[in-house]
Each structure stands twice: as structure tokens, then as C-alpha cells.
Design a protein around this ligand. Structure first.
Ligand code: KIV
Length: 302
């Protein structure tokens, strides 16, 4: 049986947002992995991660869109519910999708609440000081908020593509100041996506809450990867920061091809994979009046 390792970054048992926030400086990096449904949630929780992110990458890796802008709060709640029903030990973080916190404060709080009602223990949203009113309103509704800075995929058009952020001094300064503002507002953790490691290090050393990096180097308080990247299920994009621990797309295609070959060659199903009744059963069925297709087509005797 595989040994299940549980991170020492947070206390054992069901992980909460305050546990994650308090783990800063524990010396053990936090681990977050995305999941979008019950089987993927069981896999990542069984591996002992600290947090399961039901990310809006759902749009790309599960629903086949080219960006994350296509999912709604309803879509996210549907998938948060599937993950939460597995009752994971890890904290379930629900990603607030594009436009769910950009239009009005009322909408923002209601949308965050929809993810909590679906089973999330915290929500994540993208952006810095511009999003402070949204962060504050959600926190006022007693919902923990995780921030997200650097490459914020919901801003893909405004940023001009999926590219590394904070490479210039001024852009790096904006990221650091945004992180300070989010932490001061009360975010319990901050994702840093696709920023140079020096910038991630400065943020990590500056803010009192954990930073969770993705493409942000090793000097963060934790790391997050997308399930489908980590397991080799997503083939369309392979960013440099992804390390693959399996090749499920290749292995899966190979497995289905072997099944198809077995069916076509008459090797599936075997006798062991078949339900059997007594050998006399077909004869007895015939005697009780059941007819085979061949018999039904025979002309009645004169
Ligand atoms: O939606 C997502 O999966 C994310 C991660 C890439 C951090 O936001």
C-alpha cells in the first residue's frame, strides 16, 4: 500500500484557511494542487496535499477552452461541490471566475458565498490594489480570501498574452506593493504566478502570509501545480515551470487502444468477465416458451 505523507506545514486534521495563514515560517513548504471533480479530489487529497484549488483553469484543462474567461460562478460552484463532497482533509479553495467580482460589491459577495455554499473553505481572486474593495467585502462576509498576483490569466487580453510578469523594476515594485496591500487587507495567502524568482523571494520575505508559487521559483512558502499538467494530461501547453510526474494522456490512449484491440480480436470479454447461469439454462428457457431470434424467423410448421 502507498504510504500517505501529510505535510508538516499545517496541523494534521482538516486544514483551514487560518491553519494555512499561520504556517508561514514553519519551514515546510505548503502544497496545493488543482482538482475539479470527485476522482481528482480523492487522488490529490489521498496524496496529502494541504490545499485543493478548484481553479478556473477548469475552463482550459477540463472544458477545452483556450483561456479561463469562459467559466461562470455557476460552473465553478458545480465543480467545487463535486470536490467538496469527497470530504477532503485539505482546504478547498474555490476560484472566483472572471466578472464574478468585477461588477458590483453585492455580486462579489453573493458569488463568493455561492462557492462557500458549494463547499469551499476559502475563495481566490486575481489582482492587487484595484481589487481591495472586493477583497474587503468578501472578508467582511467572513469568507477567507487567497490573493493571486503576477500573471493573472483573467487579464490575458489586458496583459497581451500569457507571459512572465514583473521583469522590469517598476512592474516588480507594483507586484511587491500589491502583495503588501493584499496581506494588510487580510488575505490568508497569495499565489504568485510566473514572476522572476527574485521578485517572488522579495514578496515572500516581505509579507506575513504564505506565498504559493507557480512559475515563481523556489523561494515561496509553497507551490501549486495544475493536476492535468503534473500528471501529463494536458498536451496543448507545457510551460517551463511544469514538472510532469506521470504521462497519463499517453498511458490512457495506450490503455484504450489495447481495449479496442482486445474487443476487435475477440479477447474481451473473457469468461471471467462474464456472468454465467447454469449450462442447461438456455434449453430450459426454450422449453418455457422463450424463442431465439432464429426460431422467431422460422415459418410455423404446417
Ligand atoms: O485556476 C488555477 O488553476 C490557478 C492556478 C494556476 C494557480 O489559478
Amino acid at each position: 500500500m502507498t504510504e500517505i505523507r501529510v505535510s508538516k506545514a499545517v496541523v494534521p486534521g482538516h486544514v483551514t484557511a487560518p491553519d494555512v495563514g499561520a504556517s508561514k515560517g514553519s519551514g515546510t513548504p505548503l502544497v496545493m494542487v488543482t482538482a475539479y471533480d470527485a476522482p481528482t479530489a480523492r487522488i490529490v487529497d489521498g496524496a496529502g496535499v494541504d490545499m485543493i484549488l478548484v481553479g478556473d483553469t477548469l475552463a482550459m484543462v477540463v472544458l477545452g477552452y483556450d483561456d479561463t474567461l469562459q467559466v461562470t460562478t455557476q460552473d465553478m460552484a458545480h465543480h467545487v461541490g463535486a470536490v467538496a463532497r469527497t470530504k477532503p482533509n485539505a482546504l478547498v479553495v474555490g476560484d472566483l471566475p472572471w466578472l464574478s467580482y468585477h461588477v458590483s460589491i453585492d455580486d462579489t459577495v453573493r458569488n463568493a458565498a455561492a462557492l462557500v455554499r458549494a463547499g469551499a473553505g476559502a475563495v481566490k481572486l486575481e489582482g492587487g490594489r484595484k481589487r481591495l474593495p472586493a477583497v474587503q467585502a468578501i472578508l467582511d462576509a467572513e469568507i477567507p480570501v487567497m490573493g493571486h498576483l503576477g500573471l493573472t490569466p483573467q487579464s490575458v487580453h489586458a496583459l497581451g498574452g500569457f507571459r512572465v510578469q514583473g521583469k522590469e523594476l517598476e512592474a516588480a515594485r507594483v507586484i511587491v506593493d500589491d502583495a503588501i496591500a493584499l496581506a494588510e487587507a487580510g488575505c490568508f495567502a497569495i499565489v504568485l504566478e510566473c514572476v522572476p524568482d527574485g521578485v517572488a523571494r522579495l514578496v515572500t520575505d516581505t509579507v506575513p502570509v504564505p506565498t504559493i508559487g507557480i512559475g515563481a521559483g523556489r523561494h515561496c512558502d509553497g507551490q501549486v501545480l495544475v493536476f492535468h499538467d503534473l500528471l501529463g494530461l494536458e498536451d496543448r501547453m507545457r510551460p517551463k515551470f511544469v514538472r510532469r510526474y506521470a504521462e497519463w494522456a499517453t498511458d490512457g490512449t495506450d490503455a484504450v487502444r489495447r481495449f479496442a484491440d482486445d474487443v476487435r480480436e475477440g479477447r474481451f470479454p473473457s469468461s471471467k468477465e462474464t456472468y454465467h447461469a447454469a449450462d442447461t439454462f438456455p434449453d430450459e428457457l426454450r422449453l418455457t416458451g422463450a424463442t431465439t431470434e432464429a426460431e422467431a424467423e422460422e415459418p410455423a410448421p404446417a
